[in-house]
Structures are given as C-alpha cells and as structure tokens.
Design a protein around this ligand. Structure first.
Ligand SMILES: [Zn+2]
Ligand SMILES: [Zn+2]
Length: 480
C-alpha cells in the first residue's frame, strides 16, 4: 500500500470522515483512493463517504491507522461507537444517543468555526444541532453562492463544486430557539461548560440527552407529519425548514404544559376521521401514531409526554368512551375507578355512588345512553369525599357507632334527644348520618363521668340505664 506523504493530526472533536477527507485534500489525492481500500466499501460504488457510525472491521481500522499514521486507539477515539446495549443507539462522547440523531448523508458546518480552523466537528453531525453556540450563527447546509447542498456523498465538505469555500460564508445570526437547543446539546455532551443559565424549564431540565433528542424529534415529526424520524438525518429537509420546526417545538416546551395541550388539540382537529356525529371519540383514532409512539415505548423515553397526555385526556374525559380508556389512564397510577370498584372502595352501594356522581358530589362520568357501559370516577375525588365525610361533618350510622367508642346504643341516644339523625342532602337518599361535632360535644360532656366496666358482657348498654339511674353524672368512680 502506498503511503501518504502528509499526516495532519486529527482533532479530538473531529469526525473520522471529515478527517480522512481533509487528509486526502492535503495530499492532493482523490478521497476514493483512501476509502476504496476499506472492506466496508468493497464491491460497492462509494455514494456516501460517511463512516463515523459504520461498523468498521479490524482490517479497516488497521488500514486507516496505517494510512494516517495514527495508532489504533486514536482512530477508535474519533468514531461514534456502537452501543452494545441497543442497536438503535450509539455512544457520542460516552453519552447514549439515538442512531437516528446522527446525520449520515447531510453535512452541516459553522462557517466561522471553519474559518478559524478548517476541520469538521463531530457535534455538527447531530440532527438537533442547528446553530453554533461559539459564534451564535446558524450552521449552513448549502453553498452560499450556488445553493448546492453540503453532503457526505461528495468528496469535499469544505469547498463547493462551484469553487466557493464554505469558510468564506459570512454566517447568519442564529435563531434564538435553535441556539438554545444547540447550546443545551453541546453542554449535555460535555462540549460546552455547564455554567450557562440557558436551560430547559421543568419538567425537561434534568432529562438525559437521549430522551431529549427523542422527545424533540417526536414532537417535530408530529408537527410536520414526517413519519420516519430518520429522514431528518438524510437530505429531505433543509436546515432552514428544520430550524423553523425546531423553534415551534421549543415553544411547546417553554409553554409547558399549555403549549403541549394546544399541540394535542391540533393533532385532534387535524384527524381526517374526526367524528362530527356526536359519537364518542377514541383515543387511538384521535392521536394515532403519536399516541402509539409515546405509549409503546418500553424505556420510558417519552414519560413526560405520556404523563401530560394523561392529564390532557382527563380534561377531556367526557368526550371519550372506550374500554381502553381505563387501561391508558391507569397505566402509571390508579386515576380512575369503574363503578363497582369505586363503590367497593367507598363501602357504599352502586346506586348511592351513581346519585353522588349525578349530583356532582363525586366527580365521574355516568353514561346517559344505555349502550355505554362505563361509569368511571376520579379516584382523587373519592378520596376527598371520604376525607370530607370522615373528618368534616357527618358519619354514617355504623361509623358513628364505631366513633362513639363506648358501648351505648346510637338509637337510644337519639331517642333521648342527645343526638340527632341528619338526612344529609348530599347523599340523596334516606340514609341516616350523625354529626361528628355533636358526638364530640356529647363525649366531652360525659367524659370521665361514664365508665364502662371492662368485664361487662352486654354489647350495647341501653342509654336509659345510664341516664335514668342518674349515676352517670355522679363521678368518675361511680358507674353502671
Ligand atoms: Zn462556530
Ligand atoms: Zn456552490
């Protein structure tokens, strides 16, 4: 194998492909001379030079190492490594990122960075990086003079085929949103210091870079209904179009959760099959692929989107009726209970529960039409009802008897007008309730004056026995 004469050193943050192209330029040799030696291209026409995420075999690595006069470790440092845990992701500066986040065909550069030092930075390969935080300019993906796209399919990413050197491009001030996202990407990958105050708001501030890229891409994809996220890594979108979408995505994130709710509103209203006949909507039909993407993901990548999606559905609960609704909404925590479960949880009958729901005491949904099977109740609403009944005001007959804590018959005490039955409005039935405060007052009055013998065998003592004998009020040691 013929040796190359000049051996510029690779930079730490340089792409391997960019380095090899630079090397060929330096040596004034056709890049094909280098690349065609690799097994990776054997028997193929080279229509894309990008090899940074390619699985290069030991032979190829050795060839590169010998041709460039670098040791093997140095070459291995340059490539974006495979993630042994998943074939859908790779390791970028030791951080897991999705494979689709790496531009494999389209090339982008910061012209100012190039003018300072003409080599291709690895970070520019990230789909989500659209601006340069160092120079606050947009990256470029096409020639300033003839508009031809920069691409790894060409053997030169520094000079356009029209002769224009990209480092001479003036650069356009970065769009604020693109700069912010790019800067966060730089920081999460350890390329920029992390002392800037350019952060995402909650709940996105602590999300790892892998989730972040997935979330940004999913929202962006949904915005323009591009089905295959990988198309962003190709040349289907110009950087300008992509940057425009990116700004819209940032708006959703920065106005979280309101922005996300309107985003979901938009998905719904854009559904072709949107039903205007008054039938209940179905979640799948309304949100289709977006819903599938966030719920079918097993790694919790889209957890934030999923949780807030549930909040959104809760707000629109009466517009949905389907068996899958519970399954969806209770996926993370029990949010809704069906009629029977809720009644059991409350220890009341389903009739009473229905009355309570119909009178908005407990928040839930009772289907008006017969063909709808599902009544459901917000669990939080049940819990607050229970607290209200328990702590606040009225006890059911049995609860009152328990609460009394002494073996005196409740009916007796009512007969003696020491307590009163209340027929609570909110129950919408003839159920008897006792005011907890009234019991408290009564207990306070007789406290220490009535003592129950521990060996007394009768379960409930007729109160008349206590009152009529007059002994109950005599003193602590005097009892029945
Ligand atoms: Zn720059
Ligand atoms: Zn050009």
């Amino acid at each position: 194998m013929q040796k190359l004469l000049l051996h510029p050193k690779p930079y730490d943050d340089e792409t391997l492909t960019g380095y090899l192209l630079r090397l060929s330029l330096k040596n004034i040799c056709n890049p094909k001379y280098i690349f065609s030696r690799l097994n990776y291209f054997s028997g193929k026409r080279i229509n894309n030079y990008f090899i940074d995420i390619a699985e290069l075999d030991p032979h190829d690595l050795l060839i590169i190492s010998e041709l460039t006069n670098n040791n093997l470790e140095r070459i291995l440092d340059l490539i974006i490594k495979q993630n042994s845990m998943s074939n859908q992701s790779c390791l970028f500066n030791e951080k897991v990122i999705p494979l689709f986040a790496v531009c494999t065909r389209k090339a982008k550069v910061c012209p100012i960075c190039l003018s300072e030092n003409e080599y291709h930075r690895k970070i520019w390969c990230l789909v989500t990086v659209t601006a340069c935080p160092h120079h606050k300019v947009m990256l470029i993906d096409s020639c300033e003079v003839c508009y031809e796209r920069l691409s790894w399919a060409k053997g030169n990413i520094f000079r356009c085929s029209c002769g224009h050197m990209h480092k001479k491009t003036k650069g356009v001030g970065a769009v604020k949103e693109c700069l912010k996202i790019s800067e966060i990407m730089f920081r999460k990958l350890g390329i920029l210091e992390s002392n800037s105050d350019n952060h995402f708001n909650e709940p996105f501030s602590c999300v790892d870079i892998n989730c972040l890229i997935c979330i940004l891409t999913l929202l962006l994809r949904q915005l323009y209904k591009v089905r295959d996220s990988r198309s962003f890594a190709g040349i289907n979108f110009s950087l300008r179009e992509y940057a425009d979408l990116q700004s819209q995505v940032l708006e959703i994130i920065e106005s979280w959760p309101k922005g996300y709710h309107s985003f979901l509103d938009n998905i719904r209203s854009n559904q072709k099959y949107y039903d205007t006949e008054g039938n209940k909507a179905q979640i799948y039909r309304d949100f289709g692929e977006f819903y599938v993407s966030i719920f079918s993901d097993k790694n919790n990548t889209y957890e934030i989107l999923k949780l807030e999606f549930i909040e959104y559905i809760k707000k629109h609960i009466d517009e949905y009726s389907s068996a899958s609704l519970f399954r969806i909404l209770n996926k993370n925590e029990i949010t809704f209970l069906g009629l029977v479960d809720a009644a059991k949880y409350l220890s009341i009958g389903t009739d009473k529960l229905t009355r309570l729901i119909e009178n908005n005491v407990i928040i839930g949904f009772v289907p008006k039409e017969k063909n709808m099977k599902y009544t459901y109740v917000y669990k939080t609403s049940i819990d607050s009802y229970i607290n209200n009944i328990r702590e606040n005001e009225y006890l059911s007959y049995n609860e009152a008897q328990d609460y009394l804590g002494i073996m005196l018959g409740l009916d007796d005490m009512v007969n003696h007008k020491l307590l009163v039955f209340h027929f609570e409005d909110h129950d919408y039935s003839k159920t008897r309730f006792i005011s907890k405060v009234e019991i408290d007052n009564l207990m306070f009055m007789i406290n220490g004056k009535v003592v129950i013998k521990e060996d007394y065998e009768i379960e409930k003592i007729p109160f008349a026995k206590v009152i009529d004998s007059g002994r109950a009020l005599k003193g602590p040691n005097d009892y029945i």
